[in-house]
Structures are given as C-alpha cells and as structure tokens.
Design a protein around this ligand. Structure first.
Ligand code: 76R
Length: 247
C-alpha cells in the first residue's frame, strides 16, 4: 500500500519574472518614467498594507544574469488574489515596458515527514511558516525541483519509513544553515511544471552555493533530486527601484 505524505498548505504563491525592455523604456521622457515608477510604487504600497495586515506577503528582487531583470514573489490566501495582482501589474505603465519571461505557481507547503503531534494548524511556529512574512534578506535564490520517478529510483514507490529517514537527514543538513539561509518550500504538483519551488533567502549569497552543494551529497537530493533553472538576485528595496529603473 502506498502512503502519500500529508501536506500542510499555506498561502498561494506566484513567482513572476520580468525583463525590462530598456530600449523602449528609454523612449519615454523622464517625467513619464517617473510617473510609471510612482504608479508601480503605489502598487507596492498596497502590497505593504496587505502584508502589515498579515493577509499576504511579497518580495522584490533584481535578478542577476539574462534569465530575468527582476522578480516579484507574491503570497496570498487565494489563487484569485494572485491573479488579480498579476493583472493589476500587467495594466500598469511599467508593465508595458517589461516582458514576462517566467512564472511559477505554487503553495507554501510543509510535509509531515516529522513525528506527529498536536493539531499543526494550532501551532504558532507552524502557522508562521505556512503564512510567512518574506524576509528582506539581501539575496534570493529560486529554483523548481522534482523527486525522481525512474526505475529503481522512484521516490513515490518508497515506503514512508524510508522517505522519512531520508527527509530527516535532509532536515539535519538544512538546520546547520539556520540563521544563514531561510527556505520557503512551495508545493506545485498540479499547479506548475515541477513538483516544488525552492526559494532561499540569505544575506550572504555564497551560502546558497554551500547549502545546495552540501545537499547534493545527501541521499534524497543525490538520488532523487531533479532541478530546473536557478535564478539568483539582489534585494530590490523600494528606495532602490528608482536607481534600478534610472536610464
Ligand atoms: O520543515 C522542516 O524544517 C522539517 C524538515 C524539512 C522538510 C520536511 C526541511 C528542512 N525540508 C523539508 C522538505 Mn527542505 N530544502 C529543499 C531544498 O537543493 C536541494 O538539494 C533541495 C532544495 C533546500 C535547499 C532545502 C533547505 N525540502 C523539503 C521538500 C519537500 C519534500 C517532500 O515533501 O517530499 C523539498 C522539495 C525540500 C527541498 N530544508 C530544510 C532546507 C533547510 C535549510 C531546512 C532546515 C530548516 C530549518 O530547520 O530551519
């Protein structure tokens, strides 16, 4: 008998990646650009209010490399709200000067490979992880991943006890990075092309490499991990939006 892992699910999540069409953006006058930036910052201000009311959270990062120029990571209680935000952004002037290059839809997920206990939805620590305020860490790293389903290496055919043992080892490695890297695991089975999104936050970008590398040697990643594209970036604080978009 197979035994599916039970999941605890929190806020829905959209990672929205854009590049800026700089050539087109430069055709605007500086006043028009200023107005577009103010309109965008007004939208961010609305997100800040939602975050203060603890009805969602968001993070803005500029992305290094050619895969994207910036990323908006948005958390909301429903898919409808994520869709509204996406459409609201798409209707702004700034959006006309961006090109959507990637997106990822998922939901904050904790899985039950840990010992069972009281009702998890009553546990404040668990609630804080299901409905997190995204940190303002200097750097972000995002990538999607699967657990392999291939011949002998089929994660989903393994007995619960084996999966639990491997996840324990995974968690032990992760714990050594406490205070250095914060991870938000989002489940995307049925929502997007991979099974999970991994979003890591750190003040020192090198810790991403160290953590991900160390995990590659751990059985669950070494045997079962399959990874999509990696995105890495820098915190785009509101006061940096002007210089980021300045031409
Ligand atoms: O939630 C917990 O803290 C309990 C232990 C734990 C679980 C259940 C945990 C801890 N993770 C869990 C689940 Mn994780 N995690 C990843 C990656 O690059 C790679 O090789 C893998 C990408 C990283 C970097 C990471 C970090 N984790 C998961 C799942 C769901 C698996 C399932 O349900 O089958 C995935 C896909 C996944 C992937 N993990 C931790 C970390 C870190 C840093 C921790 C320690 C957290 C802490 O103790 O604060």
């Amino acid at each position: 008998m197979s035994e599916a892992a039970q999941t605890l699910d929190g806020w829905y999540c959209l990672h929205d990646f854009r590049t800026v069409d700089w050539a087109l953006w430069k055709t605007l006058s500086s006043e028009e650009r200023q107005t577009a930036i103010n309109e965008f910052l007004g939208l961010v201000e609305k997100w800040n209010t939602v975050q203060l009311e603890k009805n969602g959270s968001h993070a803005l990062y500029s992305i290094v490399g050619q895969k994207a120029d910036f990323m908006m990571m948005l958390l909301r209680p429903t898919l409808e709200e994520l869709n509204e935000i996406e459409n609201e952004f798409n209707k702004t002037t700034l959006a006309q000067y961006t090109v959507p290059v990637h997106s990822y839809v998922s939901i904050v997920e904790l899985s039950n490979y840990l010992p069972e206990g009281e009702d998890p939805y009553q546990n404040p620590q668990i609630l804080a992880r299901l409905y997190p305020e995204l940190p303002k860490a200097k750097h972000v790293c995002f990538y999607p991943m699967d657990k392999r389903r291939n011949g002998e290496d089929n994660w989903y055919m393994l007995p619960m006890e084996d999966r639990r043992r491997m996840m324990r080892s995974h968690g032990m490695i992760g714990r050594q990075y406490a205070g250095k890297v914060k991870q938000v695991i989002t489940g995307s089975v049925g929502f997007d092309d991979y099974e999970w999104g991994v979003t890591l936050f750190a003040d020192e970008a090198l810790q991403f490499k160290k953590l991900v590398y160390e995990m590659r040697f751990d059985e669950v990643s070494a045997r079962f991990g399959e990874f999509g594209a990696f995105y890495v970036g820098n915190l785009l604080k509101e006061d940096r939006v002007y210089s980021f978009l300045h031409v």
